[in-house]
Design a protein around this ligand. Structure first.
Ligand code: UDP
Ligand code: MG
Length: 132
């Protein structure tokens, strides 16, 4: 069964939207098989966001992602990697369609509430990174 790594971000915690995000995952029919709340540090963010580490806005990502707890989850289901990206919506909350998590709750492309792996291969790497 396919798996993906989903993580609510600190804005979801601050705004009381963790439950809403979990409900949407469950309503879609996926199974959450593991879950934990964590506080991330810069080292793990440099690894997790390696594709962005040399961007000028990377310090802002670190500030945002260390501003409160995240909830990491392993989510399982048929085609769950693509399916979760679909219910999350695109990175930028302004462009994300209504009905998606980001479209309904995020206003821009930085504080966008939730992370989801972008490929089956990266899902397994991210699950190992956060769950060992
Ligand atoms: N991000 C940002 N500004 C950008 C691009 C990305 O602040 O111009 C942040 C945003 O929180 C995003 C994360 O970095 O979710 C990872 O970016 P990626 O391109 O991997 O988007 P995602 O896979 O989260 O949709
Ligand atoms: Mg990404």
């Amino acid at each position: 069964m396919e798996r993906t790594y989903i993580m609510t971000k600190p804005d979801a915690y601050k705004r009381g939207l963790i439950g809403e995000i979990i409900t949407r995952i469950e309503n879609k029919g996926y199974n959450i098989t593991d879950m934990k709340m964590m506080n991330l540090d810069e080292a793990i963010l440099k690894e997790h966001y390696a594709h962005l580490a040399d961007k000028p806005f990377f310090p802002e990502i670190v500030e945002y992602m260390t501003s409160g707890p995240v909830v990491g989850m392993i989510v399982q289901g048929d085609n769950v990697v693509a399916g979760m990206r679909s219910i999350m919506g695109p990175t930028d909350g302004l462009e994300a369609p209504a009905g998606t998590i980001r479209g309904d709750y995020a206003k821009d492309k930085s504080e966008n509430l939730v992370h989801g792996s972008d490929s089956v291969e990266n899902a397994e790497i991210e699950i190992k990174r956060f769950f060992g």
